[in-house]
Write a protein that binds this ligand. Structure first.
Ligand code: BG6
Ligand code: MG
Length: 217
């Protein structure tokens, strides 16, 4: 019985939420309204298009299709400037420890992210070689909480969905993993990720015996 491990990117492997926030805040300010760190929580795991829709709701702004498309591009151009100089120092603590253990035990590993910038980020931080396959915002049509991203990752790994383990920091991501009938491991706030099968603040709380147990049982 082969197990597969699927990792979300933003908020699980790297803390890019702060860069997404800065880019959205800049756009909001240009459009004449504020965007807070608390409001940014709503954007976790959510597609770029949906984020802009939520942002415009927050600012009570209407947009023509042309404006909408222009602002989507503008946000991403700014985001790309923030991530341009990312390196291994931005990998969240103890993530490599888990990836290394899985690799040593020949466990297939996938990325399952909503981001269209996932591959360049993995390259910049030097983690790309760990991944057997990458499913991201460029490959899926339905955003989390739809399970499409994780089901496609399982298929590409050649592992049954019920034998997959998903690490997620977003409520929508945990819901997607559960909808795919996978084992969901929440990374973040225990009061937020209540639907996850197990929850940890970060990877420093996860010991190798826990991973070993997931592989064997
Ligand atoms: C998710 C982030 O991983 O990717 C969201 O949690 C983000 O905040 C989404 O909006 C899309 O990212 P990108 O890089 O394609 O704009
Ligand atoms: Mg995330």
């Amino acid at each position: 019985m082969k197990k597969g491990f699927i990792f979300d990117l933003d908020g699980v492997i790297v803390d890019t939420a702060k860069y997404h926030y800065l880019a959205w805040k800049k756009l909001a300010n240009e459009l004449g309204f504020e965007f807070t760190v608390e409001q940014n929580e709503l954007f976790k795991g959510v597609s770029r298009k949906r984020c802009l829709e939520i942002l415009l709701d927050i600012g009570k702004r209407e947009a023509t299709q042309e404006e909408f498309d222009t602002w989507m591009v503008e946000k991403n151009v700014d985001y790309l400037k923030y991530i341009e100089n990312m390196d291994a120092s931005e990998i969240l603590p103890d993530v490599p420890k888990v990836l290394q253990y899985l690799k040593e035990n020949n466990i297939p590993i996938a990325l399952g992210s909503a981001s269209k910038n996932a591959q360049p980020i993995l390259e910049k931080v030097g983690l790309l070689p760990y991944f057997d396959t990458i499913v991201d915002g460029n490959n899926v049509t339905k955003a989390k909480p739809d399970p499409e991203v994780f089901l496609l990752a399982a298929k590409q790994l050649g592992v049954k969905p019920e034998d997959c383990v998903v690490f997620e920091d977003a409520v929508a991501g945990v819901e997607a993993a559960n909808a795919a009938k996978m084992i969901s491991i929440g990374i973040g706030d225990k009061n937020v990720l209540t639907e996850a099968n197990s929850i940890f603040t970060d990877f420093t709380e996860i010991n190798i015996d826990f991973i070993k147990n997931l592989i064997e049982n």
